[in-house]
Ligand binder design. Structure first.
Ligand code: SAM
Length: 530
């Protein structure tokens, strides 16, 4: 879609701020004792107000016909409010947004919440019912009942009619129902809105609705040449065992909670041979000692001032109750093996392992990469970077085979927390104390022994970041490296993080500077991995 290089980054940044604010607000709410919590707390409302007051809305005061810069077909959103924040679709209730166009009005976007008509599932056609006439009236208690009326050819309905005459494009956002549920695999927490692309209104007519009044119907057809929505691709290859290019059903050979398949639709290369391990392999001299346990029998809460695990995190649980990370921190302390709390404790997230159906797939130019078959909500835990733990000096000796090294610690990026502390007081990165103390000195090598993490490629515009976490030992020099989603990630979109190499700092065994081209394909790519 249109726009310069930076518009995509701007959209991502805005949504990261929005979700960050949502999770921070939710964290504050969840920290309250059950009885003090607001019944149906609308974090999205409060968060959007904060963004608005800080001038973080995009495309303010303009209506856009056609693509919105920085928004791509297949992008997923959790709340309707986001469509407003980005200038995708401004009305908070109405299904049709429109603008002046010459002397008329034309539609700019519609939110199709009715879901897909099953018979039309795989077609590019959408039949959309006009607005008005009290047809969509929900029977909420305390609300006045309005009898149905004929819909009129005014406002949004008139705009869609004009769009049909002028053949102007209409953005279609699929809401709430099937598309979104399908994408998140039936998980109601996942994506609620999916941007489906541009459509043209082919025809419209008036018909008698089931309530005996007239409604308008608009037949829209998706404009050709746009990418197919990934949830449809996943759905169409429903029998995953017989998918095209499938070369292995589970590269973890049962070691992960969910099987991780390998797919190659590019050539006939088979997945590489290595030993799949789900736990870090420590050197012989290193015997990690479990941390001091807490004694919260019923599970740790941040109102329990006596939990020393919560205390280590600055007195708050760094995760929401759904397991989403609230914000990036230098180090997160989870409860450990000797803690009295149950496995369901909110302070145990990454230690439970992968939650999303991941797979490795052959890319065109970056070897194998990782993607998910389901939508991933922003803030979700993805996987750990597992391998053999080495001292840096030993890692340096392995220069010949350095493709799978991950340098632990001192990688803490403040990018996530930066904008956040500006809009949310109290959302800072946490005590700086951890940052520089001991210069890390450890590396994880996943060349011969590792997990799914070893397949995650670099991107200059990544959707994951690496978070340091301690849970089964207390040695701050060698925290676990845990990847979290920074964005909502649609199914089949490659998962990537920023390798953070310093350009011209990687050397071969002879001391010569090594260079490697980056093929991440992002609009802001710097062309060099190192
Ligand atoms: N693609 C790897 C594979 O097939 O096993 C998995 C990632 S491995 C940790 C790191 C290596 O992947 C790099 O040394 C490079 O060869 C390749 N790679 C990762 N990101 C890349 C990028 N953006 N551009 C080009 N190559 C990349």
């Amino acid at each position: 879609s249109g726009g310069d290089n930076s518009s995509r980054e701007k959209v991502k940044e805005t949504l990261r701020l929005f979700y960050g604010a949502c999770r921070k607000l939710l964290q504050e709410e969840e920290a309250k004792p059950e009885k003090d919590r607001i019944k149906r707390f609308r974090v999205d409302f409060v968060a959007s107000k904060i963004l608005k007051s800080k001038g973080k809305y995009l495309n303010v005061g303009v209506h856009i016909l056609g693509p919105v810069p920085g928004i791509e077909v297949g992008d997923e959103f959790q709340y309707r409010m986001e469509l407003n924040i980005l200038g995708m679709h401004k009305p908070s209730q109405g299904g049709i947004d429109y603008m002046k166009h010459g002397d008329d009005i034309v539609a700019t976007s519609i939110v199709a919440s009715g879901g897909y008509d099953d018979s039309l599932d795989n077609s590019d056609i959408l039949i959309y019912t006009g607005q008005g006439g009290n047809v969509m009236q929900a029977k909420k208690s305390g609300q006045e009942y309005k009898p149905p009326k004929d819909q009129k050819l005014v406002q949004g309905n008139l705009a869609l009619k004009n769009s049909s005459i002028k053949q102007t494009p209409v953005r279609v956002i699929r809401g709430n129902q099937k598309a979104a549920l399908e994408s998140s695999g039936g998980d109601k927490k996942g994506a609620h809105y999916v941007y489906d692309g541009l459509y043209l209104v082919e025809e419209y007519w008036r018909e008698l609705g089931s309530h005996g009044k007239f409604v308008f119907k608009f037949k829209l057809r998706r404009m050709p040449g746009q990418p197919e929505l990934s949830w449809k691709v996943v759905k169409n290859s429903k029998n995953l065992k017989y998918r095209e290019g499938l070369c292995k059903l589970d590269i973890s050979e049962g070691k992960e909670r969910l099987p991780i398949s390998a797919v190659n639709e590019i050539d006939d290369e088979k997945p590489p041979i290595f030993t799949y391990t789900v736990k870090i392999i420590y050197p012989d001299w290193c015997r990690p000692v479990p941390p001091k346990p807490c004694s919260c029998i019923g599970g740790c809460t941040d109102d329990a001032k006596n939990c020393n695990c919560v205390d280590k995190n600055g007195g708050e649980i760094p995760y929401n109750h759904d397991g989403a990370i609230v914000g990036a921190k230098p180090l997160i302390y989870e409860c450990g093996p000797r803690c009295k709390c149950p496995a369901s404790c909110y302070l145990r997230v990454t230690q439970h392992g992968i939650r999303f159906p991941l797979e490795i797939f052959k890319t065109k130019s970056r070897g194998w990469g990782v993607r998910s078959l389901k939508s991933i909500p922003s803030g979700s835990f993805i996987c750990e970077y597992v391998g053999e733990l080495l001292e840096d000096s030993e890692a340096e000796r392995r220069t010949g085979n350095d493709e799978y090294l991950f340098d632990i610690g001192n990688r803490y990026e403040n990018t996530l927390a930066e904008g956040m502390s500006e809009i949310m007081p109290g959302a800072q990165a946490g005590p700086a104390e951890e940052e520089d103390e001991e210069a890390s000195g450890f590396t994880i090598d996943a060349a011969t022994k590792g997990n799914i993490g070893r397949f995650i490629n670099h991107s200059c515009s990544p959707n994951l970041y690496a978070q340091n976490v301690l849970y089964d030992h207390a040695d701050k020099r060698m925290p676990h490296v845990m990847f979290f989603a920074m964005d909502n990630i649609p199914p089949l979109q490659e998962l990537t993080y920023h390798y953070n190499y310093a350009i011209d700092q990687v050397r071969d065994s002879m001391g010569n500077i090594k260079k490697k081209a980056c093929y991440c394909g992002s609009a802001v790519c710097t062309r060099r991995l190192y």
